[in-house]
Write a protein that binds this ligand. Structure first.
Ligand code: XMP
Length: 483
């Protein structure tokens, strides 16, 4: 092949701004559209949104909020193994019919230490374990809030504990909690060893979040990011999470494939791999990685990415998703697609769905929410939250994500640092996006996400046309902003 041939038949790597969804014949009112989606055989989401594993986006609080509202948060890995496991445990403990992973104290724990544990784990009561590992009492916030900090737990705890047996069902537990006006019910075996804990909070929360995504035990579904090269972390997280997501910028790499094969053999969680951006990468994932459930797709479109500026390599999310979707279709693979990077509004999400995605991963949008870990800052009368790329100098300083990028030099950064507008609680943003996607589905004439794949038609827009389809020729509120 001549060098000039490289330009012949070259693909056009289309991005969100290049395309528009064409309105089609519709018999559907947008409010009737259904946005539930199948992420894996086991896990269905009620809204097609996944938050990015980034340390300014997804820690336990965001993962809990998303799962409660029907989506999924992927815990970031820019921290120690222990810290990531702690986040996963917090998600799993946030709601459960029976908490299995119970945190307990001993009779000699001081009130001061206990108060620290309450704050650290954000829980207000602990079973007290005495001699021979048997339940000796229960200590709650009410017992200690005015107590001298030097006292020991045995001096303030309630010794006569109401307990439940191992086969207890929800109704029986509710009756006991109500009858004795208590908040927590330790579950014990015949020897009074603690086997679990039922709390009033968890029982009432179930009614508060009807869209929540839960596992078979009623706990929130949890996903966590891993490096394919850190099998110890994958195995440690596997005890708690439902999904493991490989977190590398360019997954179509022999070493990543070999390392992931090992992980697939060792873990029971469902595995999502990525990021990939081409038909060939998808083909290799499908044919060489037995057992993967989903593909994370898009390279270089993220709002904080500078990969394609620094390296001039990338596969924009729209282009990448359509290529990967064709490979999935050709092989009739039972594998979903998560489009990742570059989505700013519900229209972008609708476009990603139209080229074959089952769900979208967003960093920028969720970084602005109150549940994200980034700092809230006020600038010129507006609120912002900090947001930076995992390839930025700031993220790489923590050193846990160095292997996300295979870089020959430490001096090269593939991400930038900055702020995004504060958007309030994620629940409101999710509702806003669901409304926008349903409106788009009304235009397309699709009542479900698989119908979007089938029915949507796209047209290309020129650069000048793009100016016309956005608001224009009007002075917008805000200093000097002209659309
Ligand atoms: P948005 O557009 O939602 O994209 O902010 C989030 C996605 O961007 C990816 N990501 C990066 N890509 N350099 C990159 O090239 C980076 O520093 C970086 N950090 C995150 C990631 O896939 C995320 O989900």
């Amino acid at each position: 092949m001549s060098f000039r041939d490289k330009f012949k038949n070259a693909d056009t790597a289309l991005t969100f701004n290049d395309v528009i969804l064409l309105p089609g014949w519709t018999t559907l009112e947008p409010s009737e559209a259904i946005v539930t989606t199948k992420l894996t055989e086991k896990i269905k989401l009620n809204v097609p949104f996944v938050s990015s594993p980034m340390d300014t986006v997804t820690e336990a609080e965001m993962a809990i909020a998303l799962a409660r509202n029907g989506g999924l948060g992927v815990l970031h890995r820019n921290c120690s193994l222990e810290e990531e496991v702690d986040m996963a445990r917090a998600v799993k403990r946030a709601e459960a019919v029976i908490i299995r992973d119970v945190i307990t104290v001993t009779p000699d724990t001081t009130v001061e230490k206990l108060l620290g544990l309450m704050e650290e784990h954000r829980i207000k009561g602990f079973p007290v374990i005495g001699k021979n590992d048997k339940l000796a009492g229960i200590v709650t916030w009410r017992d200690v809030r005015l107590a001298d900090k030097n006292l020991k737990v045995k001096q303030v705890m309630t010794k006569k504990v109401i307990t439940g047996h191992e086969e207890i069902d929800l109704e029986e537990a509710k009756k006991l909690l109500h009858k004795h006006k208590i908040e927590k019910l330790p579950i014990v075996d015949k020897e009074r060893h603690v086997k679990g804990l039922i709390t009033m909070k968890d029982i009432t929360l179930k009614g508060d979040y009807p869209d929540a995504i839960r596992d078979e035990e009623g706990r929130l579904v949890c996903a966590a990011a891993i490096s394919p090269f850190d099998i110890d972390r994958a195995k440690a997280l596997d005890k708690y999470v439902d999904i493991l997501v490989t977190d590398v910028a360019h997954f179509h790499n022999k070493n990543c494939f070999e390392a992931t094969k090992k992980i697939l053999r060792e873990v029971s969680a469902e595995v999502i791999v990525g990021n990939i951006g081409t038909y060939e990468a998808a083909e290799d994932c499908i044919t060489k990685l037995d057992g993967i459930k989903s593909l994370r797709v898009g390279i270089g479109s993220g709002s904080i990415c500078s990969t394609s500026v620094v390296t001039r390599a990338g596969a924009p999310t729209v282009y990448a998703t359509s290529n990967v979707a064709d490979a999935v279709k050709k092989y009739e693979a039972n594998i979903s697609i998560i489009s990742d990077g570059g989505m700013r509004n519900p229209g972008d999400v609708a476009v990603a769905l139209s080229v074959g995605a089952s769900a979208v991963m967003m960093g920028n949008v969720f970084a602005g929410c109150s549940e994200s870990p980034g700092r809230l800052v006020a600038m010129e009368g507006r609120y912002y939250k900090e947001y930076y790329g995992m390839g930025s100098a700031r993220a790489r300083k923590k050193r846990f994500v160095q292997d996300r990028y295979s870089q020959p030099s430490k001096a090269i950064n593939e991400g930038v640092e900055g702020w995004v507008p504060y958007r309030g609680p994620s629940k409101d943003i999710i509702n806003e996006f669901v409304g926008g996607i349903k409106a788009a589905m009304g235009y397309i004439g699709a009542s479900t996400i698989p119908e979007i794949w089938e029915k949507s038609k796209l047209a290309l827009v020129t650069e000048r046309g793009y100016q016309e389809i956005a608001p224009h020729d009007i002075m917008l509120p805000g200093a000097g902003r002209t659309a």
